[in-house]
Write a protein that binds this ligand. Structure first.
Ligand code: RRO
Length: 308
C-alpha cells in the first residue's frame, strides 16, 4: 500500500518499471518466464512507423562498469505492435499498466506512431523517445534542441487525446533544464530521464569498437550520478512528474532517485544481472523506508518541491 504510486495515466503497485527495451513487448524469452505483474508498470520497446532490423552485430557489449548498446531501434513496426504484440500482451496481462514508446525520424513519423499507439486503447501512457543515440536520422537529434523538443512534443500531444505523454530526455546535452522546459511548453505530462550517454569502447587487440556500429549508448551503475544530477536540476525547475532512470541497482539507488526529485524509477541495465530485479527491489523497499524514517515516497518529491 505504501509503495503505491499514482502518476498521470499510471496507478502502480510499486514505483518501479523497466527501461524501454528491457522486455521487448513483454515477449522476450526472459519475459515469457516471468510474471510481469510484479512490475509497477511495463514500458515496451520504442516503436517506429516501419519495421527495423537494427544496427550491425554485435549490438551490445558488457563493459567493466556498465553496458554499451547500439541496438538501432529494432522493432517490428507500429502496425505489428498494435495488431499483434499489444493484443497478446493485454490478453496475458489485462491489469498491468503498460507504457508505449514512440520513435521516429521526423515529426510526421512521431505523430503517426503516437496516433496509432494512442488509438489502440491498450496503453495507459506513452513515452516520447527523442533520445535514442543509435540512429543517424532523427532520434537523439530531436532531443537535443529546445525548438524541436517543443515542436515534436506539441505535435504528438495533438494526436494522443487523453493519454499522458512522458518525454524521454537525452543526457547528451549541456543544459538539461532547457530541454525539460521545452518539453513542458510543448505540453508534456511528465519526463523520463535519462536515456543512454553516447560513448565508444575500443578493444586494443582488434583496434575496433566492441559493437558493430562503433559508438553506442552507455548505461549501468556509473551513469547514476549523472542521472541523479540531471533529475535534481530538472526537479527544481518544473512540477512535471519525473520517472528517474540511470544506473539503479539497489534499493538505496531507488530512494536516491526519489531524493533527487523522481516520482517513479526505471531500471534497465541491472536486468543483465537479475531479470527479476524489480520485484526483488520492491520487496526490500518498505523495510528500507522504515529504517530511514520515510513515511511515503510522495513526501520525498514534496521535499524537493519545497526547496524551489
Ligand atoms: O534501440 C536502441 O538502439 C536504443 C534506443 Br531506441 C534508446 O532509446 N536508447 C538506447 O540506448 N538504445
Amino acid at each position: 500500500q505504501r509503495l503505491t504510486v499514482n502518476l498521470p495515466g499510471l496507478t502502480m503497485k510499486n514505483p518501479l518499471m523497466p527501461g524501454s527495451g528491457t522486455f521487448g513487448f513483454g515477449d522476450t524469452p526472459a519475459a515469457e518466464k516471468m510474471d510481469l505483474n510484479g512490475l509497477g508498470a511495463l514500458v515496451i520497446k520504442t516503436t517506429t512507423p516501419h519495421a527495423r532490423k537494427g544496427n550491425p552485430q554485435p549490438q551490445i557489449a558488457m563493459l567493466k562498469n556498465g553496458v554499451i548498446n547500439s541496438m538501432g531501434l529494432t522493432n517490428p513496426g507500429v502496425d505489428a505492435v498494435v495488431n499483434g504484440k499489444l493484443p497478446h500482451l493485454r490478453q496475458k496481462y489485462p491489469d498491468l499498466p503498460v507504457v508505449g514508446s514512440i520513435g521516429g525520424s521526423s515529426v510526421t513519423d512521431y505523430q503517426c506512431v503516437a496516433q496509432k499507439l494512442a488509438n489502440s486503447n491498450m496503453l495507459n501512457a506513452l513515452e516520447l523517445n527523442i533520445s535514442c543515440p543509435n540512429v543517424q536520422e532523427g532520434g537523439m537529434a530531436f532531443g537535443t534542441s529546445p525548438q524541436t523538443v517543443e515542436e515534436v512534443t506539441r505535435k504528438v500531444k495533438e494526436v494522443t487525446g487523453s493519454i499522458p505523454v512522458y518525454v524521454k530526455l537525452s543526457p547528451n546535452v549541456t543544459d538539461i533544464t532547457v530541454i525539460a522546459k521545452a518539453a513542458e511548453r510543448g505540453g508534456a505530462d511528465g519526463l523520463t530521464m535519462i536515456n543512454t550517454l553516447l560513448g565508444l569502447h575500443i578493444d586494443v587487440e582488434t583496434r575496433q569498437s566492441v559493437i558493430g556500429n562503433g559508438m553506442g549508448g552507455l548505461s549501468g551503475a556509473f551513469l547514476k550520478p549523472l542521472a541523479v544530477r540531471m533529475i535534481y536540476q530538472v526537479a527544481h525547475v518544473t512540477d512535471l512528474p519525473i520517472i528517474g532512470i540511470g544506473g539503479v541497482e539497489t534499493v538505496d539507488d531507488v530512494l536516491e532517485m526519489f531524493f533527487a526529485g523522481a516520482s517513479a524509477v526505471g531500471v534497465g541495465a541491472a536486468h543483465f544481472d537479475d531479470m527479476e530485479v524489480i520485484p526483488h527491489l520492491a520487496a526490500q523497499l518498505e523495510q528500507r523506508m522504515n529504517e530511514l524514517n520515510i513515511e511515503s515516497l510522495e513526501e520525498l518529491r514534496e521535499e524537493v518541491r519545497n526547496e524551489f
